[in-house]
Ligand binder design. Structure first.
Ligand SMILES: Cc1cc2nc3c(=O)[nH]c(=O)nc-3n(C[C@H](O)[C@H](O)[C@H](O)COP(=O)(O)OP(=O)(O)OC[C@H]3O[C@@H](n4cnc5c(N)ncnc54)[C@H](O)[C@@H]3O)c2cc1C
Length: 415
């Protein structure tokens, strides 16, 4: 049976891994990048804390010695369901079963000035671009004698009070304090700030009230100016315009305010739901299709009684859906009854700053150092590759002990 999986994120990769070694399935994983990415640690790459290679792993290396797994580098261009084939930027592929697992992309909600000038944080390229941008601005701030310009170059606005916004704010606040003291003594006197803007009435929206309050308290202590019930409306000539009429001069606007599922040309409109997500049934089969499935962030499944509006777009959901679909494809092949997907919530967590995190378990909450240690452990386990786990642990250890990560390199692609 020819299975084509588009997207090697948590969902697609887990599906492929659970079909590996089963000769019934001839699996081709298609991805526009040649590596798997671990997005929850992207912000640590953008803040020069860890290396990009710590959170990426090449697919072809992963598929070594897996006879029934193949990799195709290419971007999906169109699904031609009538011919059971897909068109990619690098040629066509035919399938018996197609699985869509392309995740999401940044949503700018139609705000053109933001799309043009803000910095998203979804890909490795985004993370390295943000790192370069912050370092280049610090160099420019050293050179200028105009105090207003100096301040604008150093001000950072982060839009979005979810886990990514909170994690980026906390880490930047700490990094900038130590960076300025050590590397940029010329900037010590500048009156620069980090602002975290959230349209919600609390940070870490989907987490418990205790986690939300702790995040606010820790960030406030670090000097981050948190503005709740406020949205970023525009970013024009280096000024961030807010919904309350306010304006912040800032050379950096980090946009973590929303995502939208990636579009799939060729799919009929009536199978696309809220947030562009592909509507699937309880077995992740795409509405109206016979042999097309969708898993992970890209799909909208409302059949799980505990999640009538669809599952949260989280790594655990994607991992569990990949695993469930692998078992169902095996059942399908042997003529057994398929099992509906049911998400098991194992809890959620967010890091706020060095030694401070929050963990919400289904029946418990904890914070501070214990939560931070749990966070480190939980985030090192799913990193692909033993070497990557060791390198990541080493980089963390070094950066934490010295408070002086050595990755502050400005690397720009040759145009
Ligand atoms: C900065 C950040 C921090 C996060 N932190 C957390 C966290 O702490 N905890 C948590 O649970 N979740 C977190 N998430 C969410 C989590 O990463 C997603 O829920 C998860 O990655 C979804 O997995 P997926 O497989 O559906 O999609 P993805 O992991 O996004 O994978 C999609 C894959 O499809 C590929 N692709 C995309 N378009 C195409 C195309 N046209 N053609 C071919 N290939 C394509 C991509 O290259 C990628 O490999 C975070 C996300 C981000 C961006």
């Amino acid at each position: 049976m020819k299975i084509v999986i588009i997207g090697g994120g948590f969902a697609g990769l887990n599906l492929a891994k659970h079909l590996a070694g089963n000769p019934i399935f001839n699996v081709t994983l298609v991805d526009k990048n040649n590596y798997h990415l671990f997005p929850p640690l992207l912000y640590q790459v953008s803040t020069a804390f860890i290396e990009a290679s710590n959170i990426t792993y090449p697919f072809r290396r992963m598929f070594q010695y897996k006879e029934n797994l193949r990799f195709h580098l290419g971007e999906l261009k169109e699904v031609v369901a009538s011919d059971n084939k897909i068109k990619t930027s690098n040629g066509d592929l035919s399938y018996d079963i197609l699985v869509l697992a392309m995740g999401t992309e940044t949503n700018y909600f139609g705000l053109e000035s933001i799309e043009k000038h803000a910095l998203p944080l979804k890909t490795i390229d985004d993370a390295i671009h943000l790192r370069n941008h912050l370092l280049l601005n610090a160099e420019k701030a050293v050179r200028t004698n105009d105090p207003v310009d100096k301040c604008r170059l150093q001000n950072i606005v982060i839009s979005g009070g979810g886990p990514t916004g909170v994690e980026v704010s906390g880490m930047l606040a700490e990094m900038i304090q130590s960076l300025i003291n050590k590397d940029y003594p010329e900037l010590k006197e500048a009156d620069a700030n980090i602002y975290l803007i959230s349209s919600g009435n609390a940070l870490l929206g989907p987490m418990s009230k205790k986690s939300q309050a702790e995040a606010y308290k820790v960030l406030d202590k670090l000097g981050v100016q948190v503005k709740l019930n406020t949205a970023v409306k525009g970013y024009i000539n280096g000024d961030v315009h807010l919904s309350n009429g306010g304006c912040i001069p800032a050379a950096t606007l980090v946009w973590t305010s929303g995502v939208i599922a990636r579009q799939v040309p060729g799919l009929p409109n009536d199978c696309i739901g809220r947030g562009n997500r592909i509507i699937v049934d309880e077995f992740n089969k795409v509405k109206g299709a016979e042999n097309i499935f969708a898993i992970g962030d890209q799909c909208l499944q409302t059949t799980d009684a505990d999640y009538p509006n669809g599952h949260p777009q989280l790594a655990q959901v994607a991992i569990q859906q990949g695993f469930c679909l692998a078992s169902n494809l095996k059942r399908l092949h042997s003529g057994q009854v398929l099992k509906p997907f049911k998400y098991k919530n194992k809890g959620s967590m967010a890091i706020i700053s060095k030694y401070k995190a929050v963990v919400d378990l289904p029946k418990a909450f904890f914070k501070g150092l214990p939560a931070w240690l749990v966070w480190l452990f939980v985030h090192i386990i799913p990193i692909v590759g033993f070497g990557n786990k060791v390198k990541l642990a080493y980089n963390w250890f070094l950066s934490l002990m010295t408070n002086d990560p050595a990755l502050r390199l400005i690397i720009r692609p040759k145009k």
